[in-house]
Design a protein around this ligand. Structure first.
Ligand code: G6P
Ligand code: ZN
Length: 544
């Protein structure tokens, strides 16, 4: 017996989607009507789901399974034609993006709080992606938010839970629910993009790798693709079973949170190649034996070598990077004679460029890399492109990096984060910077002369929209640069991010410790922004 209930409700405050959907503490999402209100608001904002096809899945964190059941019943109550769900309610973010595109769906609901910890006392999230497979643009998320503020009722089917473990089609009222293997279509896509034979031969030849899935969603994907299809030995993938609280850790692939992998890669018997990805599988970390590859350098190396992979053999149409990402990729674009785009922080800004065919590869300093194959950043994609390159070049990562730097020069790079700074102090620092920016050009700091300074405004070349106040950029005549902006994803106070970059063309100076190479730039940032004075801190909380 099933019937549709119309449940009276009240608007709930604060259901405003941020950079990447609505993210809240899990307990808030579990509160009365919270998930239902937001789901109904999404459905209403997109003009209802009647007759539509939706993709639904998440990263397996605590409450994922319950949320999927509710969303399915609400989609059925709304008259959706078909809902395609990953088995067990699982789908990595890039795999969801791929399914939306491949199945010609109208959109998808992704349940994740990305790299934030999971569990009943941690974070949960939900976002809506459109028919191109990418995150809904601001115009849509604004409508969703507006709907949350005047919602009076939602509709839900009263019925028993579905068994999400059973593959195949079943029905909820008039809606076909199709439970699919979350990995299959994604693995097929990867097989189309990359030279799997070459990678298989690499592993057959004794190449060793460690992939740390960080107890998150890429475990099943990495096991199926690396250990299954590509023949890497069992044990190549560690922490490969998704757990609702990610083993109690932070599923964020950087040297701080993936310390175990870093330690292994810097030990005596390190594997040839190491990689990790985050909670929902869109971020990545790359590390060679004894060498960490920054996301900015990774973007540059992937772009410079992309033609070694079948999907990119014809060359790239262009490269895009977020503004604070180092300019290493710009040098590659210049040499290749292709477009380079500098966008604000946030993957959504790449969408128009990708849809318009202006760029093929994109990347961000925050560990995101991807291409036009989906409309999300894609952790495993980056790892597989690296493997494809390694399989064709047969050189250690360290040698590839050295060769890259000697060809293009090295952009030494680091990010300093000051977390949980009182909001007024952080705002005051930024306001003062905005005020002094026009006067900076020509001034000298630490022996470096400011060439240009501005508060970055992005003019989208595809739709003509303008996004202002995206961060202060200060460039020096020697190619060094300081960028400062406030994080858009922090949860406590304000997070000041200081991005430091110094260009070194001389190959005999490519082996310096990063903090040493950046010392003058770090000192100049302090001199210009008075970071200590404004934040009251003597040093950053996190250095990546
Ligand atoms: C998320 C977004 C990225 C962004 C990152 C850092 O992961 O998907 O596009 O680069 O957050 O943002 P923040 O504003 O905290 O620097
Ligand atoms: Zn993520």
């Amino acid at each position: 017996m099933t019937r549709i209930l119309t449940v009276p409700t009240q608007p709930i405050d604060g259901q405003k989607p941020g950079t990447s959907g609505l993210r809240k503490k899990t307990k808030i999402f579990m509160g009365p009507h919270y998930l239902e209100n937001f789901t109904q608001s999404v459905f209403d904002a997109i003009g209802g789901v009647a007759g539509k096809t939706l993709i639904v899945g998440g990263d397996g964190r605590y409450f994922n399974d319950r949320a999927v059941q509710v969303i399915l019943r609400m989609a059925a109550a709304g008259g959706a034609a078909r809902v395609i769900v990953g088995q067990g309610g699982l789908l990595s973010t890039p795999a969801a993006s791929n399914l939306i595109r491949k199945r010609g769906a109208d959109g998808g609901v992704i349940l994740s709080a990305s790299h934030n910890p999971g569990g009943i006392d941690e974070d949960f999230g939900m976002k809506y992606n459109g028919a191109n497979g990418g995150p809904a643009p601001e115009s849509v998320t604004d409508q969703i938010y507006a709907r949350t503020q005047d919602l009076r009722e939602y509709r839900i089917l009263e019925t028993e839970d579905l068994d999400l473990s059973r593959l195949g089609e079943t029905r909820l009222a008039e809606t076909v629910v199709e439970i699919v293997d979350p990995v299959a279509d994604y693995a097929k896509l990867m097989g189309e993009l990359f030279d799997f034979d070459a990678i298989r031969n690499l592993f057959t030849g004794g190449f060793t790798m460690r992939f740390d899935a960080m107890h998150a969603v890429t475990g099943p994907y990495a096991k199926a693709i690396l250990e299954g299809i590509l023949g890497a030995p069992e044990g190549t993938v560690v922490n490969g079973t998704p757990s609702p609280d990610f083993g109690g850790g932070h599923p964020d692939p950087n040297p701080v949170w993936a310390k175990a992998l870093m330690d292994e890669m810097f030990a005596k018997d390190a594997p040839d190649f190491g990689a990790a990805s985050d909670g929902d599988g869109d971020r990545n970390m790359i590390v060679g034996r004894g060498i960490y590859v920054t996301p900015s350098d990774s973007l540059a190396v992937l772009a410079a070598n992309a033609t070694l992979a079948p999907a990119y053999a014809k060359g790239l149409s262009g490269i895009a990077r977020s503004m604070p990402t180092s300019r290493a990729a710009d040098r590659v674009a210049e040499k290749l004679g292709i477009e380079i785009h500098e966008t604000p922080t946030g993957w959504k800004f790449f969408g128009n460029l990708l849809d318009a065919g202006r760029v093929t590869i994109c990347g961000e300093e925050s560990a995101g890399t991807g291409s036009d194959h989906v409309r999300e950043k894609d952790g495993l994609w980056a790892v597989l492109l690296w493997l494809n390159i390694l399989a064709r070049r047969i050189e250690p990562v360290s040698q590839i990096m050295a060769a890259h730097w000697s060809e293009f020069g090295r952009n030494y790079y680091s990010r300093h984060d000051y977390e949980a700074v009182p909001v007024e102090r952080a705002n005051a620092l930024v306001q003062r910077l905005r005020d002094i920016t026009p006067d900076l050009p020509g001034q000298q700091f630490q022996g470096m002369t400011v060439a240009s300074a501005d508060d970055f405004a992005y003019h989208d070349p595809v739709d003509g929209s303008v996004s202002r106040n995206q961060g202060i950029r200060i460039s020096f005549t020697d190619g060094s640069r300081v960028v400062m902006r406030l994080s858009g994803t922090g949860t406590e106070g304000a997070t000041l991010r200081v991005y430091l970059e110094r260009f070194e063309p001389d190959a005999s100076r490519h082996d310096l410790p990063v903090d040493e190479a950046l010392a003058p730039v770090i000192a100049a940032a302090e001199e210009i922004a008075l970071i200590r004075e404004f934040t009251g801190r003597n040093a950053p909380d996190v250095i990546t």
